[in-house]
Design a protein around this ligand. Sequence first.
Ligand code: ADP
Length: 604
Amino acid sequence: MPDKAPSRRTGRQLLAACAVIMAIALVVFAAGVAAQRLRIDQVAQLADLQAERHAAQLATELAQYDHLPEIIRLHPSIIDLLASPQDPQRIDAANRYLEQVNAASGSSVLYVLDRYGMCLASSNWRDPTSFVGVDLSYRPYFRDALRLGAQHFYGIGTTSGVPGYFYGRALPNREHLEGVGVVKVERLHTAAWPGAGRVLMIDGNGVIVLSSEENWRYRTIAQLPDATLARMRAARQYENVPLAPLGLELVERLGPSSSVLSLPDALGRSTVLAVERGLTGSDWKVVVLLDLAEVSVFRFWVQVFVGLMATSLALLVLYLLQRRRAIRIERAAREALARANSELESEVSSRTRDLIQSNRQLRETQDELVHSAKLAAIGQIAAGVTHELSQPMAAIRSLADNAGVFLARGQSDGVTGNLRLISDLVDRMSGITGQLKIFARKRPSVFEAVPLRRTIAESLFLLDEKIRRTGARLLEDYPDNDLLVRADADRLGQVFVNLFSNALDAVAGSPSPRIEIVARSQEGRVSVQVRDTGVGLSEPVLAHLFEPFFTTKLAGSGLGLGLAISERILRDFGGTLRAENTPEGGALFIIDLPMADAALAEAG
Ligand code: ADP
């Protein structure tokens, strides 16, 4: 599912890319066609201009000679000749006159035929190829001149073999036709073919009579019909020239006078543009051929240019689209980030609110717990104190009752004994309450140099009965000199009583109960180790050992204050109390105390 969208997008992009490529190809093609059309139009205009110029030039050239037969008709020598064609004197005069006029006008040959086509006089009468006396009745310029009055003709001279342009004109004398005056021009328009391209002059039958390409002369534009060929042979127009077609093929007709042709050349075929122009007063045509290879090059470069432009444009559009898309994506990402940020902020603030609330609840719960713990502790103390006191109080009550009985009986000794016992019990009770007082209210300590060994001995003395009851063996190890510590003697005694009493409780019931007391001094400090062979200190006991009211003993046997008080007393002295287990499994309590300095020792 998630990869469907990208693949659809890739498909769309591919389609768009294909469309763009096709559009570019179409534009390039259209531009090529338009460029070609434009260029061909330009070339056609140029060719048309050239053709017009050549046609005009040829027409002007021919017009120079067309009036000659008209002029000679009026000369007396010609008039006389036509009147008496057989008169040698008149022939000679006419010959000389024609020779003069021909030389002056620059035409090739100027001659006069009688009404049967026989040459009467000619400007070339001195030459071996003289026309005089030659029958030229088969020439179209003679026959058509008789019929129509005047005629143009291009052909190869039958006598001279030199091609030329013939213009024949009927020479009327008074009321009837007497002959035909003919002028031949051989050097027609051959000096130069100015302008671009190749030029052809074709006669009415489609034979190339003049061309800028010398070897195209007497080639035909198309295959001539047999009838035309026969007619031309009869007129001996081109004598025995084969009149083979040039091999032009029509590619496209562009207009009434212009077309694209394919032309054979040395490399095969080339494409040319042909534009034709008719010659005024004649069936001749001037054709200009311009090469179209340059048009293909022009088309190619236009296509390259348009292709580059279109591709650049497409790339630019693509770039702009991509940029717009990137900006859109970036904006969306920024918005998403801002949304996520604000969601995160609100989440954090809600969590913080929750946390504060749960903290408050926790504190409340904690307070409640502390309160309950305090209540429990008070209950424990109350239970302990009640238990401790209930026995002596019950004993006092029965002693007091008994004392009353003794008093009634007059046994004063019994009364005295009971009162002493009552007093002892009260002492014990005040001892219990005194302990509580020590813990509750701090009495300022009185520091002195306390002899350690003596204090320990006094403490052991107080526990004498308990020692005996448990049967514990005591091992004591001190330095020779009794060590003096800086402490309050009573309180230090209380600490030792506590530690020894606990040790005795721990070893009670063990097979060989033993308690070791070792004292040492080092660098102004004194350490006392109390080690027993009891049950040792378990993990949970070690964890809470010095906490007030922590006890493992049965109610009534201990309040759980001994170690807490001892630790606080030693801390007051600038010392410490630590507990651990011996390798053998018993408990080891280590007291660390400052040694009493000399001044204090003296005062003590
Ligand atoms: P109490 O003796 O009234 O219980 P303490 O503070 O003196 O109060 O002792 C706390 C607890 O520490 C005792 O209940 C006992 O479990 C443990 N304890 C103290 N000394 C020893 C010892 N030498 N061996 C084993 N346990 C001990």
